[in-house]
Design a protein around this ligand. Sequence first.
Ligand code: NAD
Ligand code: WQD
Length: 347
Amino acid sequence: MTILVTGGAGYIGSHTCVELLNNGYEIAVLDNLSNSSEEVLTRIREMTNKSFMFYKGDLLDKDFIKMVFQKNRIEAVIHFAGLKAVGESVQHPHLYYQNNIMGTLHLLEVMDQYEIRKIVFSSSATVYASSQPMPLSENSITKAINPYGRTKLMIEEMLADYYQANPKWSCVVLRYFNPIGAHQSGEIGEDPNGIPNNLMPYLTQVAIGKLNELKVFGNDYPTPDGTCIRDYIHVVDLAKGHIKALNKVQIESGYYTYNLGTGGGYSVLEVIQAFEKATGKKVPYSIGGRRQGDVPICYADTSTSKMELLWQATKSLEEMCKDAWNWQTQNPNGYKIIDHATLNSNN
Ligand code: NAD
Ligand code: WQD
């Protein structure tokens, strides 16, 4: 039996594929490579010494999804595929509603048709309403403030409705906090297109000299050092959470929601300090204005995932920084392979 991983070539998907393969699961990866590279699949195969099928194609193409279900004995789906840039979603809401909502609807329709009703879905802490008491539990108030967040909330509600309509469905929604870091081998990691939006990839690109300095978005927040606090979680801890979620959908039907975070938070300045300590690299930074949409503090209550999924994050902020830096230094151009022979012949 095979676990279908949509978006398995992406940042979190690739780390989860490694955990799945190392735990003896057979997998198939479906990805349109719109935000990833085929090189990651080669690396996963090398790291795990395991083989698996890769289907390059789009969730917007229902016949393509059917073909993948026809060719494999799929038992459950881990659904990562989606667009995730908040700013882009504000500029191009149609793209987000089409890709994330339509893509998921197609997937669910084909799953239903093939009577495969076990799904683990990538949601986000971004679904929680701002200005509420911390830590955020799964029962905290939800209210998304941008199209990206709304697609996540809508998909959560869709899954709840599917379960309501047919109790054979087993859906685990995982709300990730701030995933950072990379596999400790340095073989796979986060490879954003263009200038990164998120703190850690921006910081590592400053540290390696690709970007000049990090701009800290505001130091006048109601936090001890004035900079925003987030619940950063090592991507490998997050990936392991998916194995637990998969165990859950394999043994019982239902609709469940879990936070995947560490349960604590660090400020932007604390992240910079931890990075400098873990790597010995200085990070040039300056204080800038606030970024629109940022909340001062956000961290998870992880007691339900501990109790029900038997999962908890174990890696420290220093490890997250060390592994992010290891990935950055081993792969200064991410997965892009620079062909020096061609470069030289063009010069
Ligand atoms: P990612 O962009 O690295 O991975 C997503 C993958 O999905 C990419 O490989 C992309 O090519 C693929 N994809 C996108 N649309 C597709 C489509 N229509 N058909 C087939 N493939 C498609 O992102 P990630 O950081 O690995 O995030 C994975 C999931 O987790 C996403 O759903 C994201 O919204 C969610 N999430 C991410 C974070 C984060 O900070 N990285 C936080 C919370 C939730
Ligand atoms: C972290 C902190 C910034 C960059 C985002 C999405 C969220 C989820 C996770 C998908 C904040 C500060 C950042 C920089 C900075 N993704 N910062 N300078 O905003 O908490 O969450 O990723 O679901 O939906 O919104 O993460 O890494 O962008 O920012 O000072 O150049 O770092 O202000 O306090 P965020 P982030």
